[in-house]
Ligand binder design. Structure first.
Ligand code: BGC
Length: 760
């Protein structure tokens, strides 16, 4: 066998096919021999080095990092995006004892150099081809800058908008989040990691980061296993099934045990039940945090707990190198445990093609100016995805779209902010290349002089907020002019205009990691500005820029029209103008419910029924309700208007279904308005009676249809047996016979229902 393998290896090397092959059994065997051989030559110290992901910064200067790389103490680098530096690092890695190449990682969350909408925005498209475009372009740009792996997609289910990282995820729903996550993985990684354009994904944050108690960053999570498997774990599993080769572990504790030290989560569920065979990466500094969590007594103990739980790679800490060899010598862990982790890393590097071509995609001559040049951006793609992300929340008297010959007053602290429109996690994006809403509007109209602009108000007058936002360098400027003077200036131009467009919301830094809020309303300064605008009597269009659902009842009442635009990225301003002037008919739908008030949180559509539902007839006492607030959100999941109207009806192919059968849902859609538009048809299901309570409704499918005015079309869905499965009272994943309600609609409040029975 060995001889055969050696001959085949020889053939492959010289035919240039090694590492680009699909993994048939012979190729797998060759990989195994290669890695066994490598492992047999590595010292414990070098093996520990492979398990370390390091970024240059602070005391760790580039020179120091280069020396450590050459000593074989580092397996991967993250946060460097400058190619000459990457090339230098790889050169030094190839001088290390076993010449093991490095891989290079970066947070490519919603774009690389070209910034796409924040992920909540990308999810708002409900458009698989737009999502694919964003993922594909991101991977293309990242790989052409020499990067190999990213810490994305983030598929944490988010139902608490107090948490700042809801901006990075795809919202509240397991199915929608799974779909977006799956597309990210497929389009970023491609068919084979050996493809030069393949960017390895690390689905994160495993698990439940989005369920932090009270929406407070890094707080604990606690949840029944049923809810976990039924809802919160679903998107991670979908990303892994789609082939994600890495998983990043969550910083928080899951039912009392920190994820980084959670053997049940990382080994029993991830490896044993889900058969994940890729690399498990800890989050930034998570190993030492095990001490604060109270499950490790000191750094050495933390390393032991993490490696035993199933962590392969530590992100930015010294401890793996310092203590792993010692722990083996003391017998606290086995060398096999280190070998196993190291094998995962080496296999990944092998499959990435790094052993055959360590410098793939690296260009040491690419200087920074050329790298970040405008002509390397994908503006057209970014603009298209951005406009599809916009959600029309209100459009009274069809005030939108606007005619291009109107006098428009553009107002507000976010109207001309290049930094904010990029959103958080846009490290390789360049604010100076972004188009602001003011610029976009001016680009769109025939006569830019008809557009006037006033800043109007600071984002806030809260000094603490500014201190928080500008902690690591100024990102949000405070205008020192008196507040009433700024408002007066805005009022003056508003009075001369036909229409006022106010850009309000959050600074990008307010919707980021470590940016939890307890109050989700607009800041007082912005509320005053809107009040003053309303008082002018001019039609008022409120354009929201924010990274989370806000509480907006007051503004909703004041606005004639309202658009949710999130943070739309490099082409955001042009995309907003496309929608304002009707070059694009808005089609976005909310991926997260917008509460009326913080007290309702968590408010999400797929809740369970109670024994005392609040019916329309019985709204009084002793039913599930608040006496001071509606139960429902202000804007429900799936909601979004269009400049046209759609009528829908649907039928089922049968009212009965066998185990091996299926139900075809045929939806007739008619554009009853005067403009072409896209509708997203949403399919929801309710299992009416089961061994456990099932949600009142769950999304199980969606599809887009674009129709010209007064035309009809059809959308079809197929409901199969597997789609009826859930975790029953014995924690078995099964479908139970009985009645199912099928709902079709344009948002999650639809009551348009048909019923079928699953036969025994
Ligand atoms: C975040 C991760 C991120 C990592 C690397 C951490 O603080 O939680 O999501 O990937 O930093 O930048």
């Amino acid at each position: 066998m060995m001889k055969k393998v050696a001959i085949y290896l020889f053939f492959l090397i010289f035919s240039g096919h090694l590492f680009a092959q699909e993994p048939n059994s012979e190729v797998k065997e060759i990989k195994k021999v290669f890695i066994d051989n490598l492992l047999s030559k590595m010292t414990l110290q070098e093996k520990a080095g492979q398990l370390r992901l390091i970024s240059v910064g602070g005391d760790l200067t580039l020179d120091k990092v280069l020396d450590k790389i050459e000593a074989g103490e580092i397996g991967g680098i993250f946060n460097t995006v400058v190619e000459p530096d990457l090339s230098q690092m790889q050169e030094r890695a190839l001088k290390s004892p076993n010449k093991i190449p490095l891989f290079f990682g970066f947070d490519i969350i919603h774009g690389h150099r070209t910034i796409f909408p924040i992920n909540l925005g990308i999810a708002s498209t409900w458009d698989r081809s737009a999502i694919a475009k964003a993922a594909e372009v991101s991977a293309d740009e990242a790989t052409s800058d020499g990067l190999n792996i990213t810490w994305a997609p983030m598929v944490d289910i988010t139902r608490d908008p107090r948490w700042g990282r809801v901006s990075e995820g795809f919202g509240e729903d397991p199915y929608l989040t799974s779909e977006v996550g799956r597309i990210f993985v497929e389009k970023m990684q491609k068919q084979s990691l050996a493809d030069k354009k393949s960017l390895v994904t690390s689905v994160k944050h495993f698990a439940l980061y989005g369920a932090v108690e009270a929406g407070r960053e890094y707080n604990s999570t606690d949840m029944s296993e049923r809810k976990m498997f039924q809802e919160y774990l679903v998107p991670y599993k979908a990303a892994i099934d789609a082939g994600s080769r890495a998983v990043m572990v969550s910083l928080v504790s899951v039912n009392g045990i920190p994820a980084t030290g959670n053997h049940w989560l990382l080994t029993e569920v991830l490896r044993n039940q889900w058969h994940f065979d890729g690399v498990v990466v800890s989050d930034h500094g998570a190993i030492r945090e095990l001490i604060n969590h109270g499950v490790a007594s000191d750094p050495k103990d933390a390393v032991r707990v993490a490696i035993k739980a199933g962590i392969d790679i530590s992100m930015n800490d010294e401890y793996f190198l310092q203590f792993l060899p010692e722990l083996v010598e003391e017998g606290a862990i086995t060398e096999d445990e280190i070998n196993q982790a190291c094998r995962h890393v080496l296999e990944l590097k092998y499959d990435m093609g790094l052993f055959s071509d360590p410098n793939r995609n690296l260009d040491p001559k690419l200087d920074i100016d050329t790298m970040f040049a405008d002509n390397r951006l994908h503006r057209e793609e970014a603009r298209d995805v951005a406009r599809r992300s916009i959600v029309l929340l209100k459009n009274e008297n069809e005030i939108l779209p606007l005619a291009k010959n109107k006098k428009i007053a553009v107002i507000g602290p976010l109207a001309d902010s290049k930094r904010d429109i990029l959103g958080s996690w846009s490290g390789a994006g360049r604010a100076n290349l972004a188009v602001t809403p003011l610029e976009g509007i001016k680009n769109a109209v025939k006569n830019p002089e008809s557009i006037s602009y006033a800043f109007g108000a600071n984002l806030s007058d809260d000094e603490n907020l500014y201190r928080f936002l500008n902690l690591y360098g100024e990102t949000t400027k405070f205008d020192n002019r008196p507040a009433d003077k700024m408002i007066a200036e805005a009022v003056k131009i508003a009075k001369k205009a036909d229409i006022v467009i106010a850009f309000v919301g959050e600074a990008e830094g307010m919707a980021h990691e470590s940016s939890s809020r307890t109050d989700l309303s607009l800041q007082a300064t912005q509320k005053q500005l809107i009040k003053a605008m309303k008082k002018t009597g001019k039609p008022l269009i409120i354009v929201l820029m924010n990274g989370r659902p806000l509480t907006l009842s007051e503004e909703y009442a004041q606005a004639d029209a309202m658009l949710e635009t999130w943070f739309l990225g490099t082409e955001g301003g042009n995309a907003i103008a496309d929608v304002l002037f009707g070059n694009y008919n808005p089609s976005g739908k909310l991926p997260m419910s917008f509460p009326y008030n913080v007290g309702q949180i968590p408010v999400y559509y797929s809740h369970l029924n109670t024994g005392r539902p609040r019916g329309t007839e019985n709204m009084g006492k002793y039913t599930t309700s608040y006496f001071d607030s509606p139960n429902e959100p202000l804007f429900p999941f799936g909601f979004g208007l269009s400049y046209t109207n759609f009528a829908m009806d649907f039928s089922l192919s049968s009212t009965k279904m066998n185990r091996d059968g299926e139900i075809i849902v045929t939806v007739n859609v008619e554009n009853t308005g005067n403009r072409e538009g896209m509708q997203t048809v949403q399919l929801y299901l309710q299992d009416v009676t089961a061994s456990v309570s099932r949600p009142v409704k769950e999304l199980i499918g969606f599809d887009n249809i674009t129709l010209k005015p007064h035309t009809k079309g059809q959308v079809k869905f197929v409901i199969k047996y597997d789609m009826l499965k859930f975790w029953n009272n014995k924690m078995q994943y099964v479908a139970e016979p009985g009645k199912f309600n099928v709902y079709i609609g344009s948002d999650s409040t639809t009551q348009d229902k048909q019923t079928f029975t699953l036969l025994d």
